[in-house]
Design a protein around this ligand. Structure first.
Ligand code: GSH
Length: 211
């Protein structure tokens, strides 16, 4: 971890963290000039006093922006949209706001217990119930495939925060042994997301990181 430079928002992240990636992706899509600081999760840096001062939960991502210290990836997405979005990533009006919140809730529950949990087993060898996580993952993918019938993005014609929140762990679902083969609309949506100006990906595996 390096010292804070207060003039730019600073993202504390880990290169293979999907929760951190969704934030970094949004910073990049918004064109925000930010700094990133790697936290060595494998070496336990997240449990050291310096990092615990930023996030007592010992988890990335953390965004520091001036005096604001924000934790929880979905909260950081909202913060960034409110502060830096000059477009429509966070739709205006009650229905648009509710639609985004619905997908943030799906992200925190169904994405976390499905593809994110399966990937923790596949990539990091976590001791979790892989078949249960994979079954959750397929339920989520079927729901997304239905949602994407006739619309290019999750809540309509334009990409929103909802897409950013859901994208990373869905695109990386195969790393948890969850195939995307049966979900053509989800695969097409992933391609659309990856074509957005400013899109940045997350390395697909630790092997790719070393390449
Ligand atoms: N609900 C949190 C989850 C954050 C989280 O689980 N981060 C993981 C990396 S993906 C972490 O920092 N793990 C370190 C640890 O548990 O020791 C969010 O959305 O930000």
């Amino acid at each position: 971890m390096t010292t804070l430079e207060t003039s730019k928002p600073t993202l504390f992240r880990f290169a293979l963290s999907g929760n951190a990636h969704r934030v970094e992706l949004f910073l990049s899509l918004l064109g925000v000039d930010y700094k990133s600081v790697d936290v060595d999760l494998a070496g336990g840096e997240q449990r050291k006093p310096g990092f615990l001062k930023l996030n007592p939960e010992g988890k990335v991502p953390v965004l520091v922006d001036g005096d604001a210290v924000i934790t929880e990836s979905t909260a950081i997405l909202i913060y960034l949209a409110e502060k830096y979005d000059t477009g429509t990533w966070l739709p205006h009006g009650p229905k648009g706001r509710a639609d985004v919140q619905r997908w943030l809730a799906v992200t925190s529950h169904d994405v976390a217990s499905g593809p994110a949990a399966a990937r923790l087993v596949g990539v990091f060898g976590a001791n979790l119930d892989l078949p249960a996580a994979q079954a959750e993952g397929h339920k989520l993918l079927a729901r997304l495939d239905r949602q994407l019938t006739g619309v290019p993005f999750l809540i309509g014609a334009e990409p929103t925060l909802a897409d950013v929140a859901v994208y990373t762990y869905v695109a990386h679902a195969p790393e948890g042994g969850i195939s995307l083969d049966d979900y053509a609309k989800v695969r097409a949506w992933i391609v659309r997301m990856e074509s957005l100006p400013g899109f940045i990906g997350m390395p697909k595996t630790p092997v790719e990181l070393a390449a």
